[in-house]
Unconditional design. Sequence first.
Length: 363
Amino acid sequence: MKKEDKEPVGLKISMRNRYLLILALVVGVVAMLAYQIQAVFVALVISLTLASAIAPVAEWMEAKLKCPRVVTVILVYTGTILIYSTLAYFLYPTLKEQAQDLIRSFPDYSSGISGHYRDLMSIVQEKAGLDPVSQDDVKNVVKGVTSRALAFTSDAITALATGVLVTFLTAYFVIEAPNIWPRLMRWVPHEHRDRIASTIKPLESRLGGYVRGQILVSLAVGTFIGVGLKVLGVHHALILAVLAGLLNLVPFVGSLLTAVLAILVAFNQSLTLAACTVILYMIEQWFESNFIVPQLLGNQVELHPLVVLFSILIGASLMGLAGALIAVPIATATMYIAEEFYLKPLNENENENNQDVPNQPAT
């Protein structure tokens, strides 16, 4: 009988495990370096994600219209600025009025909250026998607020510098993509080049889909909250809706942050309105988790909503808000690479084994 010249299954599994171990080591080293140089790493991930969204447009215009990539980047940047400028032009008077009114009303809101807080603390101290808050405690709180304000200023400057870096890096990646990938492929063993090169376009599509999906999610969340607050009669509904949409560039975060401000505003109008606002945000969170994110974002990146949520929590715990912002693109890329280089070969080997079983002679 002729023996088929087949590679032993054990060898295939050991080779796959070796590649998986190498990948895990590479990911570990990259994670350690990323933690040490967070600002650069965040800018790099955001730039690659944005470039993945712009690249299909640049490729289409280059192929169909013979338009250079640099012109496409300029057109995309100019179009984005025009869109935001147009929206600002029409919404600015109303936004300015509501923002000024909201800022002017903050002392009244804070005094109202402070009054309720003092009443609550007096009841608690009376019932529980607690000591009143001392002046030293107040001074410590003020010092903490001051230090946080300085830290916020430093973070704002870092964010501005990161934004400028992202703008230039995104343009560079889009313009130089035809030259970057061939140079990177030189570092890959020849027998694996075709396999790795075939994953670039699908990965680019998923990352670009994340950008497009997140824009749609932000619009949907901002519209939902704006309409809901307007129907309830909460003051400053438009500015709260815009803040929800902008902050929701990190999934689930924008609506949660604006919920605190909206409930504060509604609380100073009436307790009933505050309760209705809480219910509105509970409904919005349920709707966002079950319909908006799965349909508009999950289908684009092919991630389960729980994976999206846990990746955001892990990113936020490691790098704060910046980590939450880049968590989903990193999870998307990681899941895709794991599927292509581990899950698919594993299933192929299992299918081959199942096909070989009937052919074995009966004992």
